[in-house]
Design a protein around this ligand. Structure first.
Ligand SMILES: N[C@@H](CCC(=O)N[C@@H](CS)C(=O)NCC(=O)O)C(=O)O
Length: 213
């Protein structure tokens, strides 16, 4: 039984949860009270993750962090959603690195400031983040124009990584992808049709927060 340290607003956790469900692996959620500062506590960092980040996956005595590392570990354990040769494996890593740096990360900050912080977000910061999001979304929108999935004609962990944040409700980010990025929206429909897929708020623990702005 895997133990996934997570909370329901965390798309990085959802990347892992989607994979666990898709391979039919039994897992249990360990709630991390992120919104009240749990990951900033010295004890949590000492005992769970020195990087102060969720998700963390416990696989027996192994404690893994970084969703990209966890997804690769689950490919090794379950033999599904990985690359079939070196070239595919490189492509998967390439897109997961792009995702962690640009595709998810600016969107994460933008959505967090817009929806989960009570103070009015700084307009200049939001405009800068939006510019970065729009640039990386345009790259993926183009990439998906003639492809079913990110790396191959079948889903891989690159899809779980990149789709992780895009299943949250549009009111949290302001992005209605079916209008702004139709190729991305169609791809998300294909990812959501995979075995075991469920809405993040249905499978991750914690209280749903009504967006502040
Ligand atoms: N690259 C990391 C990012 C993890 C991450 O940023 N998680 C968020 C929650 S979804 C977090 O714990 N942030 C704490 C912080 O940035 O201080 C991954 O893919 O696991």
């Amino acid at each position: 039984m895997y133990r996934l340290h997570c909370f329901c607003q965390s798309g990085n956790s959802f990347k892992v949860a989607m994979m666990l469900n898709a391979v039919g692996a039994p897992w249990t959620a360990v709630f991390v009270d992120f919104m009240n500062g749990a990951t900033r506590e010295a004890d949590w960092r000492r005992s769970v993750n020195e990087m102060g980040e969720v998700p963390v996956l416990e696989d027996g005595a192994l404690k893994l962090t970084q969703s990209g590392v966890i997804l690769h570990h689950l490919v090794d354990r379950h033999g599904q959603f990985g690359g079939r040769d070196d070239s595919e494996k490189r492509e998967i890593l390439r897109w997961i690195l792009f995702d962690n740096h640009k595709f998810s990360s600016y969107f994460v900050s933008y959505r967090f400031l817009k929806s989960f912080v009570a103070a009015e977000p700084d307009a200049g910061v939001m405009a800068w983040l939006k510019g970065r999001i729009d640039a990386s979304f345009a790259i993926v929108e183009r990439h998906l124009a003639d492809r079913l999935f990110i790396v191959a004609d079948r889903p891989t962990i690159a899809d779980f990584s990149m789709a992780g944040y895009l299943f949250f409700p549009p009111e949290e980010s302001g992005y209605v992808l079916s209008h702004s990025h139709p190729n991305i929206a169609r791809w998300l429909t294909r990812v959501a049709a995979l075995p075991g897929w469920a809405d993040p708020y249905a499978i991750l623990p914690g209280e749903r927060i009504r967006p502040y702005h």
